[in-house]
Design a protein around this ligand. Structure first.
Ligand code: AHM
Length: 326
């Protein structure tokens, strides 16, 4: 199934819109939507790289975040498979015009990790829901708990562009071959290690945390990990990159509420939920510390939450420390 997904990803990328008359509800439509997302990722990845060349030469034009947002919107509209879109960069959802509408509600952060110049590890995060209502798209179509996603994934514009995704039965990773400009399946059905020794949290905020979070982190650090190694810290400051490392190497990524972000900083709908979907599909766990992220129904499209995500055993330990003795 995956190899066929892979073949279709690049076969369908160049599909003419005349092919869009195929039946609109099934897997074919989801594949078409994902193929359009793959085009957005290629296009933004290329813009990210060109920006590094033009930076400082005075030839930069539009800000990268605007380019990324417009590229994602265009690709999703022209896929003719989406009905309502939520972007980190738009205050309100975009309702797709009826002549371009499909059946999927898409939530995305088109350029995540941008707040860390000049050492950005930028990428994109997305989640796809099936439209709940039968008729015209409504806000409820995106206000769904993450467990109801039919697909989710992320891209990372690092040394090479990668696209990791899940359609609800495992996680598969593709790497962009620059010679072919095609995504090649490089990580089939990956599983996150059951435990790890790397923890990832911005400890610079420790004086802003509630005392119980300070206590939790200091206890967690001193617990020997199940793999027997001393715990060690890695923090890139770009959630998608920190979660990518966690997925491949094991360990845990945490972002707790603090004085500046009383509910947590990370956005539920298009950051935490899609990455929680990926991590769970790979055998890990994703929580706020108190409850499963994928069970939370958003109350607004830009809700923020706490995030504790990664290897199953490590997240369980943090939850136990957080909840205290029962
Ligand atoms: P952004 O939407 O402004 O980019 O913020 C989200 C990012 C995450 O990718 C990252 O995990 C976090 O902010 C880092 O925040 P901090 O600098 O507070 O540690």
């Amino acid at each position: 199934h995956l190899l066929s997904t892979h073949r279709r990803l690049h076969v369908l990328e160049g599909a003419e819109s005349s092919n869009a008359s195929a039946e609109k509800d099934g897997v074919d439509d989801l594949i078409m939507l994902l193929a359009s997302i793959a085009v957005a990722v290629k296009s933004v990845g290329s813009a990210v790289r060109r920006r590094d060349i033009t930076h400082g030469s005075g030839t930069e034009s539009e800000p990268l975040e605007r380019v990324a947002n417009e590229t994602w919107i265009d690709c999703l509209l022209y896929s003719q498979r989406s009905c309502i879109l939520v972007s980190e960069d738009l205050e309100n959802p975009v309702v797709v015009e009826s002549n371009m509408q499909g059946k999927f509600a898409v939530v995305f952060d088109p350029l995540t990790g941008r707040s860390n110049p000049p050492c950005q590890e930028m990428g994109a995060i997305f989640g796809v829901f099936r439209q709940m209502s039968g008729g015209s798209p409504v806000i409820e179509d995106v206000m769904q708990p993450g467990r109801q996603m039919v697909a989710a994934g992320y891209a990372l514009y690092g040394a090479c562009t990668v696209l990791f995704l899940s359609l609800g039965s495992g996680v598969h990773g593709f790497t962009l071959d620059p010679a072919l400009n095609e995504f090649i399946l490089t990580h089939e059905n990956i599983r996150i290690p059951y435990c790890g020794h790397i923890y990832s949290v911005n400890e610079g905020y420790s004086s802003l945390w509630q005392p119980e979070i300070r206590e939790l982190i200091s206890r967690f650090k001193t617990e020997v990990s199940l793999n027997g190694k001393e715990r060690t810290l890695r923090y890139i400051g770009s959630m998608v990159a920190d979660v990518h490392r966690t997925l491949l190497n094991g360990g845990i990524f945490m972002y707790f509420a603090h004085q500046q972000w009383p509910n947590g900083k990370l956005k539920l709908l298009y950051e935490a939920s899609p990455l929680a979907f990926i991590i769970e599909q790979a055998g890990g766990k994703a929580s706020t510390g108190l409850e499963r992220i994928l069970d939370i129904t958003p109350t607004s499209v830009h809700d923020r939450i706490q995030v504790v995500i990664g290897s199953y055993e490590d997240v369980e330990l943090v939850e136990q420390l957080y909840k205290g003795p029962s």
